[in-house]
Write a protein that binds this ligand. Structure first.
Ligand SMILES: *Cc1c(COP(=O)(O)O)cnc(C)c1O
Length: 451
């Protein structure tokens, strides 16, 4: 097998293997790494997943990317170690299902990528005897998933930036109770400000002596593990060769790109539905071909998706033959007709999110939280345009409802129990720094912390 190489969406940096792409995060030309060509799994290989457990499917999906870097045996051990939690699939009606990706240590789907990435990066760092600072911006759930996954890994320091006013107390605590190699910084600004500061730090020559990597969805190490659960869902719900529909609540489009990766690797997928909140830059782009960021990003109750310019769009545009730079400017248009054939996208207001949440409970007795409710409404919007034709469909629920209890409290007057690991943190002391959106101050902070 030839090793999979990753090139930058800006095409100005040399291609690298997965090990280098993981450790670097962003490419030197500020583009995002993406496979030059996807490894394909045969229909027989995919059909065999029906009988395999989640960690084994993860091993088979990820092996081709690590050829020549890690043996399949080592990878298999890492997958078994990373994926010790359930992946429940619950039936709503007919062949429409809800897949809950919320049983990891920080109760959001971000654990799927963070757990794997930390194990891979931790291993590479140890092999090289190196040090690495993981710098990450979070709209809430990335930071905690990453901080937990890398906590106490030798050679690694984690710095997490979060928008102070935009995340819940529980989300904050999941980061700020961690000590040791984890530093949390509250930014008096929006998620987009945090992301811009992180991106600038990566491009800053004054920080060249600090080995930095990102655990944001700009890191390809986030996307690849997120393709596994789409294979898993299909292995449980679709007949061999039968195509499936996914509705994915989307912010930075990392989760949704996982489904795109799965399809590129050979999984039969009829439609990928990118369900977004009021930040509607992508559905407008798909409809009109004109891309306009939402600046500033709009607040909504599905707050992990308050993203006005999803960084992963650069990868999507590249896959469809276009070029979007890191600022969101389109230099070459993608094949919009092909995009519309494969993808659907719908914007769901808070009002529609609330109604969808209630409807799902009343009709199917299944509890959602705001992000999952956006996926349900986006799916229904798609059904207005096309028929499911008897195929299976999967709505992705990205967090434990206890993590976003407001909707439930408003509707029913009670709040769901938090998973034990989370409620244990309620009484632990927090520790974090505060900062404005001034890049120079942040840079001084990074330099001081490195010493
Ligand atoms: C991060 C997150 C999302 C959005 O995922 P993207 O990969 O950024 O599109 C959706 N729901 C929850 C709960 C999240 O934490």
């Amino acid at each position: 097998m030839t090793p999979v190489l990753f090139h930058s969406t800006n095409r100005q940096s040399p291609p690298v293997n997965l090990r280098e792409a993981l450790l670097e995060g962003q490419a030197p030309d500020l583009g995002l790494y993406f496979p030059q060509a996807f490894p394909r799994l045969t229909p027989d290989e995919i059909a065999a997943f029906q009988k395999l457990a989640y960690p084994e499917i993860a091993t088979r999906v990820l092996t081709p990317y690590l050829d020549g870097i890690l043996s399949e045996e080592v990878l298999s051990g890492l997958c078994r170690d990373a994926y010790t939690f359930d992946v429940p699939i619950e039936k709503a009606y007919d062949r429409v299902y809800l897949m809950r990706l919320d049983r990891g240590p920080t109760a959001s789907f971000k654990d799927f990528a963070a757990q794997m990435m930390a194990r891979l990066i931790g291993r590479f760092i140890q092999e090289d005897g190196r040090q690495l600072t993981i710098l990450t911006a979070t709209s809430g759930d990335t930071g905690s998933a990453v901080a937990h996954a890398f906590h106490n890994l030798p050679g690694i320091r984690v710095v997490v930036l979060f928008p102070e006013a935009e995340i819940s107390l529980r989300q904050r605590k999941l980061m700020t109770v961690l000590t040791g190699n984890v530093t949390s910084v509250a930014i008096d600004g929006k998620f987009d400000d945090c992301q811009a500061m992180v991106k600038r730090a990566f491009a800053d020559p004054d920080l060249d002596h600090i080995p930095l990597s990102s655990a944001n969805s700009i890191n390809i190490g986030r996307l690849l593990p997120q393709s596994v659960y789409y294979f898993y869902a299909a292995s449980r719900l679709a007949q061999p060769g039968e195509s499936i529909v996914f509705s994915i609540p989307s912010g930075n489009f990392g989760d949704m790109m996982g489904a795109v990766v799965a399809r590129e690797m050979g999984l039969p997928v009829k439609k990928i539905i990118a369900s977004v909140n009021d930040n509607d830059e992508f559905p407008r782009f798909l409809a009109t071909g004109v891309y306009q960021k939402v600046v500033p990003s709009r607040n909504s109750i599905s707050n992990a998706m308050n993203v006005g310019h999803p960084s992963n769009l650069a990868r999507l545009v590249a896959l469809y033959g276009g070029h979007m730079d890191e600022a969101g400017r389109i230099h070459a248009p993608p094949d919009l007709r092909a995009m519309r054939r494969d993808l659907f996208s719908s914007s769901v207001s808070d009002e529609r999110t609330r109604l969808a949440f209630l409807e799902f409970w009343e009709k199917y007795q299944l509890l959602l939280e705001p992000h999952g409710a956006v996926a349900w409404q986006g799916f229904k919007d798609w059904l207005e345009t096309e028929s499911l034709a008897g195929r299976p469909a999967v709505l992705i629920e990205t967090a434990d409802p206890a993590k976003f209890p407001e909707l439930i409290e408003q509707a029913f007057g009670w709040s769901p129990d938090a998973p034990p690991a989370m409620s244990a943190m309620d009484t632990m002391p927090e520790r974090y720094d505060r900062m404005g959106t001034d890049y120079e101050a942040f840079k001084r902070f990074l330099l001081a912390h490195h010493a």
